[in-house]
Design a protein. Structure first.
Length: 360
């Protein structure tokens, strides 16, 4: 029996996508083999990767001024790739620190020899909000931010309006969850396993203009221009992960109807859950400031850690999993990624009311 999956990552995938992948498991595309057993140099596999890219472009509205590539090493390798390609030794770059993942990205830039600088941070208030005032360095090569903070449950509603350099954004935990105005962006990326597919592939979209400025003294597997030049097939790409992500892109496009449609669904889910939290007379307490709340990761606390433990255990017994907060902060977290459906959220809200009745 499938459970109501509120995992922070890897997260839930659409059941239609899993079913299609299962149907094709032993004989994909009349090749008599699983897609995992096919060579990535065949025209069938290359066509699959091209189709995945085309669907992604159509979802995000990316024209040819953007390159789309499939990398490995997770979102975490992008922390280094971005600094190595666009800053380099001594290169100046601005970071907006909104939690664990941007802190890691900042540190990684330092390790790569770049000179990252904080343009804003919400650390002084425990990362409970998204900053709206910035001290930008006019010489920065890029401005880095995390679009949705998986751990703290905060999300950008309006990105910085006048950055001095292209915005570079980690969109891992909100990728394809809402339409985006990409005017000021130079690069966006997402580890697949939060919202679009299996771990193993990181989807990167970058402006060709920015890619043209990449440094060339970078190891091949860390070089954006090499990925672009080789259609992400400089070496063996993570074919299976690209394939499943491609099925999710198709599902978003054809079954859901695109990013505006998924945003409406996502909003309905998170609004219902925040309402339940806010209406609990303080029994449930949201951890993020209201104006910065995430539509993807809803973080909250109970009056005691013992109750939180009990909550997780009883929810699990009722077929709801993944409700523990990130290990760095504790508490509770319901991740409402694209594949999490309205029924699961309703079930959780009903459970919360009942749990409060018994324990409040
Ligand atoms: C999960 C997560 C990461 C880390 O992803 P990996 O693919 O495991 O490296 C980075 N950034 C954000 C926003 C995340 O949610």
């Amino acid at each position: 029996m499938r459970v109501a999956n509120f995992n922070g990552g890897p997260g839930a995938l659409p059941v239609e996508v899993l079913e299609e992948a299962a149907r094709d498991m032993l004989d994909w595309n009349n090749t008599g083999m699983s897609i995992m057993e096919n060579s990535h140099r065949t025209k069938e596999v290359m066509a699959m990767a091209e189709q995945a890219q085309a669907d992604l472009r159509s979802l995000l509205g990316l024209d040819d001024s953007w390159a789309v590539i499939f990398c490995q090493g997770g979102a975490s390798l992008q922390f280094a790739m971005i600094a190595l390609n666009f800053a380099g030794p001594g290169g100046r770059c601005d970071y907006i620190n909104t939690g664990l993942w941007s802190t890691k990205a900042y540190k990684e830039a330092q390790i790569c020899g770049a000179k990252p600088r904080l343009a804003a941070t919400s650390e002084e208030d425990d990362f409970t909000y998204i900053p709206d005032a910035f001290d930008f360095d006019p010489e920065a090569k890029y401005v880095y931010l995390t679009a949705n903070n998986t751990v703290r449950g905060t999300q950008w509603k309006h990105f910085p309006p006048n950055p001095p350099a292209p915005l570079v954004a980690d969109m891992s935990s909100e990728f394809l969850s809402r339409p985006l105005d990409l005017t000021h962006f130079g690069l966006i990326y997402a580890g697949a396993q939060k919202n679009v597919g299996p771990a193993g592939v990181t989807v990167v979209a970058l402006k060709r203009e920015l890619a043209d400025k990449a440094r060339l003294d970078v190891p091949s597997m860390l070089s954006y221009p090499i990925y672009i030049k080789n259609d992400s097939m400089y070496n063996t790409p993570p074919v299976w992960s690209i394939y499943v992500a491609g099925l999710t892109f198709k599902w978003l496009k054809n079954t859901i109807g695109g990013l505006a449609a998924i945003e409406t669904l996502n909003r309905a889910k998170s609004e219902a859950l925040y309402q339940a939290i806010d209406g609990s007379q303080g029994f449930y307490r949201g951890t993020a400031r209201a104006a910065s709340r995430s539509n993807m990761n809803v973080t909250f606390r109970l009056p005691s850690e013992d109750l939180e433990k009990k909550f997780k255990k009883e929810a699990q017994d009722e077929g709801m999993v993944g409700l523990g907060g990130h290990r760095s902060v504790g508490g509770l977290r319901a991740s409402l990624y694209n594949a999490v459906n309205q029924e699961w959220v309703k079930k959780l809200i009903d459970f919360m009311a009942e749990f409060q009745r018994k324990n409040g």
